[in-house]
Design a protein around this ligand. Structure first.
Ligand code: BTN
Length: 263
């Protein structure tokens, strides 16, 4: 399988799909999200790196980002670029990104990757769910105005299990591991960016409907709240994409941010 990830392969595909992003391709960087913050300008940006020395995950964690068949990129959406981003919109960016990845994988690889709230993409194996893709959204806000939103996506595509460090070997997977096939990362990247760009302008109701279809619901979960671990069943999402949980005892709880664990 042809899998060259370089500026030429990516920019050709962006042009073909009429995707209007300034492209920066790096062999190596600390983090494409950090690059996106450092680079100013008016155009929307797509920064792709073959390898990140300090890939950032959610909640200050490190994100494994070695060259071994992974795809690491960040989209930077600037306020001035004909999308009027309000503070209330920020919560939808992670959902747009998760649906875009899930759609692209279904159309290019014929594989369903369900979403674990809010935006991990997983695959169910005989030894439980494994994570293939994580998303880190950050925003710059001053005086209640959003200047930009950056959406960083890290996706294990052609990695082998031996590529992963010991601490994630049992929980991580890749498209190659689950399907036995290699994929063209430039195709998957441009597939994701195409869906992302379409979904930015889609009515929120449609987005939420599709997100919910791809979301793992009716599953038992636990999550931290006020220093305690609460157990319950994830039953639905609300109009902002927040998770609605029915605890073992008591009334439904709405989780706006944070992380859930399967039990
Ligand atoms: C998570 O699962 O915790 C989120 C991981 C997000 C990783 C991506 S890789 C590209 C971009 N650059 C980073 O430093 N992080 C995001």
């Amino acid at each position: 399988m042809f899998d060259l990830l370089n500026e030429y392969e990516i920019s050709n595909r962006l042009k073909e799909k009429k995707l209007n992003y300034d492209l920066i391709f790096k062999k190596s960087t600390d983090s494409t999200n950090s690059d996106a913050k450092r680079i100013s300008g008016e155009n929307n940006l797509l920064i792709v790196a073959e390898n990140q020395a300090a890939g950032k995950g959610r909640y200050g964690r490190r994100f494994y980002s070695e060259s071994n068949g992974g795809l690491y990129f960040t989209l930077k959406i600037n306020q001035i670029n004909n999308i009027n981003i309000n503070i209330g919109d920020i919560t939808f960016f992670p959902l747009i990104a998760a649906v875009s990845v899930s759609r692209a994988v279904l159309s290019l690889c014929n594989t369903e990757l369900p979403i674990k709230w809010p935006n991990d993409l997983l695959y169910k194996t005989s030894s439980g769910y494994k994570k293939l893709c994580g998303i880190l959204t950050e925003a710059s806000i001053s005086a209640q105005n959003v200047s930009y939103v950056i959406i960083g996506i890290g996706f294990n595509i052609n990695s082998d299990i031996t590529d992963f460090p010991d601490d994630i070997k049992n929980t991580a997977s890749s498209l190659k591991i689950i399907s036995g096939k290699k994929y063209c990362r430039a195709d998957i990247l441009c597939g994701i960016v195409t869906h992302f760009t379409q979904l930015l302008y889609a009515p929120r109701g449609h987005l939420l409907e599709e997100y919910k279809k791809r979301l793992l619901l009716d599953i038992d979960i636990s999550f931290p709240q006020n220093g305690k671990i609460i157990k319950g069943r994830a039953v639905n999402i609300n109009e902002n994409g927040n998770l609605i949980v029915k605890p073992e005892n008591g009334e439904e709880i709405v989780i706006q941010s944070g992380e859930i664990n399967f039990i």
